[in-house]
Design a protein around this ligand. Structure first.
Ligand code: NDP
Length: 291
């Protein structure tokens, strides 16, 4: 299939590469033109100079920071789109914005799927992402061969917005687990239990999570905090997660507290720090590092 790709960041770069490796013709565009050229040279994709150059593609992917940028490029491409173009948004976006973008694209006869992903840069590189899809079943089936080049777990969750809502809830759970683990491990350290030892048993017990199994052992305890997923992007996901619970009128004190904590973390530690650095908020309140 001829595919357009917008956004060659930490996730978009390897995902566009995997589509090419699966045999699709891939046209790439990003804000910084040199990156698109470098991608084309490295992987045999085709860099387009102007956004309009993507209009010849049958399917157009976006993998941008937020729904705001997706709406911006959708508006810019709208006059050039051909009827039947399938727009697949892998951004961790906002469900309400996605419904708006879907309606906008429909003016040109284009179709929209929200298809945010989970699995991080490692999953993007390996083509093993979990893909959470919202939109019409027929559009989902059309996109399936493309999704199969990107991920292993591919689930159609409901109408437009269902993918983004699910992703926002997932990431709010990740955010909560990360800070709760930081508080618990710091307390155990003060009680004389080494965090590594505590994790050895927690990770065989019911309190385990992705944070305790992967993030603490591989990124926090060694203080490496490699930048793979920006703290500002996780704080954005938690804000969306809060809109999801509020729209559903579910009492949600934990989601609200998590939003406040991640707003503070992004403000004090920095939007461009890795998300695992959020544990430094707990550490600064306690006046002590976990290690
Ligand atoms: P990055 O910040 O690494 O990349 C964002 C990309 O978007 C950059 O290539 C940037 O361009 C491009 N961009 C920004 N604005 C525009 C625009 N107006 N027009 C064209 N291109 C633009 O983000 P990630 O790749 O980490 O994340 C992308 C999405 O995926 C986010 O929604 C994030 O929440 C989500 N996500 C991230 C994960 C991760 O582990 N990193 C995991 C799962 C989901 P340029 O570089 O050219 O300036």
């Amino acid at each position: 299939m001829k595919v357009g790709w917008i956004g060659l960041g930490a996730m978009g770069w390897p995902m566009a590469k995997n589509l090419r490796r699966a045999g699709h013709e891939v046209l790439v565009y990003t804000r910084t033109r040199e990156k698109a050229k470098a991608h084309a040279e490295a992987f045999g994709t085709r860099a387009v100079e102007e956004l309009e150059g993507l209009a010849e593609a049958e399917a157009i992917f976006t993998c941008l920071p937020t729904s705001n940028e997706v709406e911006e490029v959708a508006r810019a491409l709208l006059p050039h789109l051909r009827p039947g173009t399938l727009w697949i948004d892998c951004t961790s976006g906002d469900p309400a914005a996605s419904r708006r973008i879907a309606a906008l694209l429909a003016e040109a006869g284009a179709r929209f799927l929200d298809a945010p992903v989970s699995g991080g840069t490692a999953g993007a590189e390996a083509g093993t992402l979990a893909i959470m899809v919202g939109g019409d079943a027929a559009d989902f089936e059309r996109a399936r061969p493309l999704f199969e080049a990107l991920g292993k777990t591919i689930v159609h969750l409901g109408p437009v917005g269902a993918g983004h809502a699910t992703k926002a809830v997932n990431n709010t759970l990740l955010a909560t687990a990360l800070l709760a683990a930081a508080e618990g491990l710091l307390a155990l350290k003060r009680a004389g239990v080494a965090p590594e030892k505590a994790l050895e048993v927690i990770n065989q017990s019911s309190g385990r999570s992705f944070a305790t199994e992967v993030l603490f052992p591989e990124r926090v305890l060694d203080r490496s905090f490699p930048l793979t997923f920006k703290l500002g992007l996780l704080a954005k996901d938690v804000r969306i997660g809060n809109r999801v619970v509020e729209d559903a009128d579910v009492p949600s004190p934990l989601f609200h507290l998590t939003r406040e904590l991640y707003q503070a973390a992004a403000r004090t530690i920095g939007e461009d720090a890795d998300h695992t650095e959020a544990v430094k908020l707990v550490e600064s309140l306690a006046g002590e590092e976990i290690r």
